[in-house]
Design a protein around this ligand. Structure first.
Ligand SMILES: C[S@@+](CC[C@H](N)C(=O)[O-])C[C@H]1O[C@@H](n2cnc3c(N)ncnc32)[C@H](O)[C@@H]1O
Length: 229
């Protein structure tokens, strides 16, 4: 198998479909998904893996949310930062439909999405284009033999680091102590300095569905902030 990440088949172990979609959610997907999706990210659309042309967004700072789930944090950040362009990547179609409903309700025009694996997006993001990235409650993969599937591994972190500007902020929120351990071990060697960590959220934080579930089940959140070197 080729070692070129653009040519290597990627396994995705998460879910892409859940409960049957409601009629309104099907309508959001049919009517809004194509317009809001970045073009030239998938291998079918861009087999040469040419970098995306971001010039239509001008000088707007570009942020990325990895695995936005139901989209509540992404929409909150978009509303709070109207001069910023934010991309969300998420392969779970039910989450994508929820996000589209929230974008409609909020009337936002500064959000775009990749309805798929963020690694495909990394292939085609230009160098040093992102000034912030969010990783909220990444899949925990609790079994030791699955820890290499976690986002905080070089396979994900090195392409993310390449796409981030020097000085750009990378935020991680998790409720899993062993995920904190692996984040502290693996993120700095990928090109980031730890700036802060603890149980106090960022001042502009919006609690996500997974955080609410963690709190109900008695798992306290932990927040980590890194800066790209
Ligand atoms: C535990 S959920 C958290 C969702 C949301 N961030 C929250 O806090 O409620 C993790 C999410 O990451 C998404 N995910 C996992 N691997 C991904 C990948 N390679 N690219 C994009 N999203 C991914 C999953 O589909 C899932 O929705």
């Amino acid at each position: 198998m080729s070692s070129d990440p653009a040519l290597t088949h990627r396994n995705f172990y998460g879910r892409t479909h859940g409960k049957t979609l409601r009629a309104a959610q099907k309508a959001y997907l049919a009517e809004d998904l194509d317009r809001l999706s970045l073009k030239g990210v998938t291998r079918d659309e861009n087999p040469e893996r040419r970098p995306l042309d971001l010039t239509p967004w001008g000088d707007a700072p570009l942020w990325l949310e990895i695995g936005f789930g139901g989209g509540e944090h992404l929409v909150h950040m978009g509303a709070l930062n109207p001069q910023t362009q934010i991309i969300g990547a998420e392969p779970f179609v039910n989450g994508i439909a929820m996000l589209l409903g929230k974008i409609r309700a909020a009337g936002l025009s500064n959000l775009a999405l990749h309805p798929g694996d963020v690694r495909d997006l990394f292939d085609v993001l230009p160098d040093a284009c992102l000034s912030k990235a969010f990783l909220n409650y990444p899949d925990p993969w609790p079994k030791a033999r699955h820890h290499r599937r976690r986002f905080v591994t070089p396979e994900h972190l090195l392409p993310l680091a390449r796409a981030m500007k020097p000085g750009a902020e990378f935020r991680v929120a998790t409720d899993i102590p062993d995920y904190v351990r692996q984040t502290l071990e693996e993120v700095p060697p990928a090109g980031f300095d730890l700036i802060d960590q603890g149980s106090t959220p960022w001042s502009d934080w919006l609690s996500t569905r997974y955080e609410q579930k963690a709190l109900r089940e008695g798992r306290p959140p932990h927040y980590l902030t890194f800066r790209r070197r």
